[in-house]
Design a protein around this ligand. Structure first.
Ligand code: GLN
Length: 474
């Protein structure tokens, strides 16, 4: 069963219950161990919670929350009280959360069962889930291929049916790109829609919690439950949360823009280009308007993103100093050595690279040349994007320029790996919602994802359109 609706229907008919569901997923987790999806499985706890929910259901089905029957995995960057959280890093080895992330708390209150925490790139930095202290995650369709990143474990956990829904985080595409690589749906909401309280920070002005699932209605429901103001995160929006899952009917024909410069970009795989053009034709034949628009900033997106996010990361990650959290070097002789050795031993190569790059772009003498300039580019990209939304409902873009590559292939060339984000970082630069939908297969059998972006707080429209596409077109 791939949707909460079908699960809850089966429960109501007495065909299944939470205990059976948890057992099913646990056996799947066992059977897919080689994919290296889970960092930790909460088997006993999930079983206990399932028993409790089944008892509650037998007494009064109405006493259950909206997410009963939903078994969920969470990315190893989300705090869950009294459970480990390490951001895929050695530096947080042994650390346990003292509180739950607001998003996690909200799904628990609706009776979701959290079955475990899943692998990811260290501090969510990566596009292939290879930068993890726990080793790479494999794509379930072809284990020699990467699952995308950084929420690679989240994507494969859904793809391989080890849970119904997964939570991930998306700073520059980390929910949408792995979703596309694994043939599942991945959504990143508007910046500020879901509280970041309890999400280990990578780049705070870009980070958002996102959802990976096989069913749009599940994405909509999870979004609805997790969204909304939180006094613990001053960047959360006051904007009213709509009943996303209740209003998935598409109204009228839509106006969709795409960038010719993206579809003709030198980095794009020819089959992905062709599949995208084919989709454009299908959308047009359905009566939607789909038009190319000028967007002259595509090649500035990646450099600006990597200047800004590394700058924020260098500041955010300074708290991991060997004193307060996780790993402390055994052979440090004084305080300075505690800092230096703990960080040298604890962080992996990619994280160190980004901390150094971020420190450099913020250093006096270089600040204006890099950081200030990248901020200006961010502003230009945002202005241009909002200008496009004055005339269009959505921007259509492939989720990734390439299909999943072989594990290990891009490890020696970080810049090539950074280019994998070319189509996804715009949404985070601007703070708009975006969704990746599985829509075609590559000749090698691997999935291709299409992405739609909408204006700020237009999740409702984006989800309704996605719902329609998943039913009728894709
Ligand atoms: N691949 C991008 C990066 O490495 C995006 C990561 C993310 O969204 N967390 O920064």
């Amino acid at each position: 069963m791939t949707s909460l609706h079908s699960i809850q229907t089966s429960i109501s008919k007495g065909e299944t219950n939470c205990t059976q569901l948890v057992d099913h997923y646990l056996s799947k987790i066992e059977a897919t161990k080689d994919l290296n999806i889970y960092v930790e499985v909460y088997a006993e706890e999930a079983r206990q919670q399932a028993i409790l929910l089944d008892e509650k259901y037998a007494e009064d089905p109405k006493s259950l929350g909206k997410l009963y029957g939903a078994v969920i995995s969470i990315k190893d960057v989300l705090c869950y009280k009294d459970h480990g959280v390490t951001a895929g890093s050695k530096i947080l080895k042994g650390f346990e959360s003292l509180f739950s992330a607001t998003a996690v708390q909200r799904i628990l209150e609706e009776d979701a069962i959290i079955i475990g925490r899943v692998n990811c790139d260290e501090f969510a930095m990566g596009s292939a889930n290879e930068n993890s202290a726990y080793g790479p995650v494999s794509n379930a369709i072809d284990p020699t291929k990467v699952p995308g990143g950084s929420s690679g474990g989240s994507a494969v956990s859904v793809q391989a049916d080890t849970c119904l829904v997964a939570l991930g985080s998306d700073t520059g595409g980390s929910v949408r790109q792995p979703a596309a690589f694994c043939g599942v749906i991945g959504m990143k909401p508007t910046y500020g829609r879901i509280s970041r309280f309890g999400l280990l920070a990578y780049a705070s002005s870009f980070d958002q919690i996102g959802i990976l699932a096989k069913d749009i209605k599940d994405v909509a429901l999870l979004l609805e439950i997790m969204s909304g103001y939180d006094e613990n995160d001053s960047t959360t929006a006051q904007q009213e949360v709509q009943s996303y899952a209740q209003n998935l009917n598409l109204e009228g024909k839509k106006r969709i823009a795409y960038f010719e410069s993206a579809l003709q970009h030198e980095s794009i795989d020819p089959e992905i280009r062709q599949a995208t053009f084919d989709l454009i034709e299908k959308l047009k034949s359905e009566g939607h308007t789909v038009e190319p628009v000028e967007f002259e900033y595509l090649d500035f997106i990646i450099p600006a993103y990597y200047v800004l996010t590394t700058a924020e990361a260098s500041s955010n990650l300074s708290r991991f100093d060997g004193v307060r959290f996780g790993h402390r070097s055994e052979d440090a002789k004084d305080l300075l050595e505690v800092y230096k050795k703990s960080r040298s031993e604890g962080f992996g190569t990619e994280v160190k690279r980004r901390i150094m790059l971020g420190t450099f772009v913020l250093s006096s003498g270089y600040y204006d040349a890099y950081y200030t300039k990248a901020q200006k580019i961010r502003k230009l990209i945002a202005n241009k994007t909002f200008e496009i939304f004055q005339n269009y409902d959505f921007i259509l873009m492939p989720a990734s320029p390439t299909p999943p590559w072989n594990i290990g292939d891009k490890m020696d060339d970080p810049v090539e790996a950074y280019l994998a984000d070319i189509f996804t970082v715009q949404a985070n630069m601007v703070g708009i919602p975006a969704i990746a939908l599985p829509f075609a297969l590559h000749a090698n059998g691997l999935p291709i994802g299409i992405q739609f972006m909408a204006n700020k707080f237009e999740e409702q429209k984006l989800l309704a359109f996605s719902h329609h596409l998943m039913k009728k077109i894709l």
